[in-house]
Design a protein around this ligand. Structure first.
Ligand code: SIN
Length: 426
């Protein structure tokens, strides 16, 4: 197959890159499962935006503080500065952000010093992905292939010439001018995660194979409030941080507050783990939403309310058992401010990439923002040079028909801190 651009992954990063590419560029998007099986789809809380130019400094300060000052300040500033424009663009495309009297409503999550997160009930990611899919499907220059797996990258002398993929048991060489990796995170490697099981870090595994630069892979994020279910393995039910942003509180098994529920995630997760250590037979604490009426909860958090009810929990009257689970990988393929990797014509966007925005601990709701801004960046960079590149049909004729995950698993295990020991499922 010959395409100008191959995008691997259909989360917000991949979709937003695709829709920002010029319409004369022939694009192939592939995804392992269905187009909706991406972590972006599961994002509940919302998307961060600055409230106006005068909020930029405060946004940067909150992001750096949450990230323990390990962030790339230029990247943080870039996402902040480009936030309003991209939220406006999503609204224009039809994303139904919550509004009051025609004005956006803002919620809050841990580590933010004020309400600055736009949202669509408690399924913001789903609302955005659905609109972006409609836009992509309307574009005649973009083809989507589902149930199609990346097996290798065609790289020679530091230049990417395409990739190999498998569809219907057929191994296909795709010759391209540029490849964009948007393969998402690594939650599929863990037995307790908020991610889809298919998120196995395929892009990262190929980065290790081809010596593509990785950065900050030791920074893994636990989400503090994931519903504890003894019998459940793999993907767990996320209880959005916006529940705490709207007034929910964390209490221990004695019903006592033990932490400010709105501190950054790493701090709250550490406090929850410390509390849990005291009661090994009951390895959870509680999220208390009983201060709210059923009417409020079913309007503001309809998805979470329903999911809890399906498990026999009434949010207005029952305490919700929660424990930390793997949520996000701050590290990834190192990219510059234009989403470029160290390999010519290879880009990375979204969770697979490391822009440096998140430092060692991502501030809540900054991931969708990063995917939008760096997706747009990737597209603009490709648009500006696509005419100078030719598709090279004869390059790299030997490639693998599957990805060897072992080196990535060993690499992540070697980097992760001891809190992750029990979480690996491989
Ligand atoms: C949440 O809603 O708590 C998750 C949002 C995020 O990961 O930023």
């Amino acid at each position: 197959m010959n395409y100008d651009v191959l995008i691997v992954g259909t989360g917000v990063g991949g979709l937003y890159t695709a829709i920002n590419l010029n319409e004369n560029i022939k694009v192939l998007m592939i995804t392992k499962d269905s187009v909706r099986d991406c972590n972006s789809y599961l994002a509940q809380g919302g998307v961060t935006t600055i409230l106006g130019e005068d909020d930029l400094e405060s946004f940067i300060s909150d992001t750096l503080k949450a990230g323990n000052y390990k962030n790339n300040v230029k990247a943080v500033s870039k996402v902040g500065k480009n936030s309003i424009k991209n939220i406006k663009n999503l609204s224009r495309l039809g994303v139904p952000f919550e509004k009051k009297d025609g004005k956006l409503k803002y919620t809050r999550e841990g580590g933010h010093s004020k309400n600055r997160i736009v949202y669509c009930e408690d399924q913001t990611g789903k609302a955005i992905v659905e609109e972006l899919i409609k836009v992509v499907k309307d574009k005649s220059n973009i083809t989507i292939m589902e149930n199609t797996t990346l097996t290798d990258l065609l790289i020679e002398y530091n230049t990417c010439y395409g990739a190999s993929i498998i569809n219907n048991n057929r191994l296909i060489k795709v010759n391209t001018k540029a490849v964009v990796l948007a393969t998402g995170g690594i939650g599929g490697l863990f037995n307790s995660t908020t991610n889809f099981a298919s998120m196995t870090g395929d892009g990262l595994a190929l980065a290790i194979k081809h010596n593509i630069k990785l950065k900050d892979m030791e920074y893994l994020q636990l989400h503090p409030t994931v519903l504890y279910e003894k019998e459940n393995k793999g993907r767990r039910l996320l209880l959005s941080e916006s529940l705490r942003g709207e007034g929910g509180v964390l209490v221990n098994l004695n019903g006592e507050k033990f932490i400010d529920s709105l501190l950054p995630r790493d701090v709250v997760s550490a406090a929850v783990l410390k509390e849990i250590e005291k009661t090994p037979d009951k390895p959870y604490v509680y999220l208390d939403m009983t201060g709210f009426t059923k009417e409020y909860l079913t309007n503001r958090f309809p998805y979470i309310y329903e999911e809890c009810l399906n498990r026999g929990l009434k949010m207005e009257s029952d305490l919700l058992p929660v424990a930390p689970a793997h949520h996000y990988c701050m590290g990834g393929i190192e990219v510059d401010l234009y989403s470029r990797t160290n390999i010519e014509f290879l880009y990375a966007v979204g969770e697979v990439s490391c822009t440096g925005v998140h430092g060692s601990n991502r501030l809540a709701s900054n991931s969708l923002l990063e995917a939008l801004v760096f997706g747009e960046n990737a597209a603009e960079n490709i648009n500006s040079k696509i005419n100078e590149i030719t598709i090279n049909l004869d390059k790299v004729n030997s490639f693998s028909d599957s990805i060897n995950m072992k080196p990535l698993i060993n690499y992540v295990k070697g980097k992760a801190d001891h809190r992750y020991d029990k979480l690996f499922n491989c």
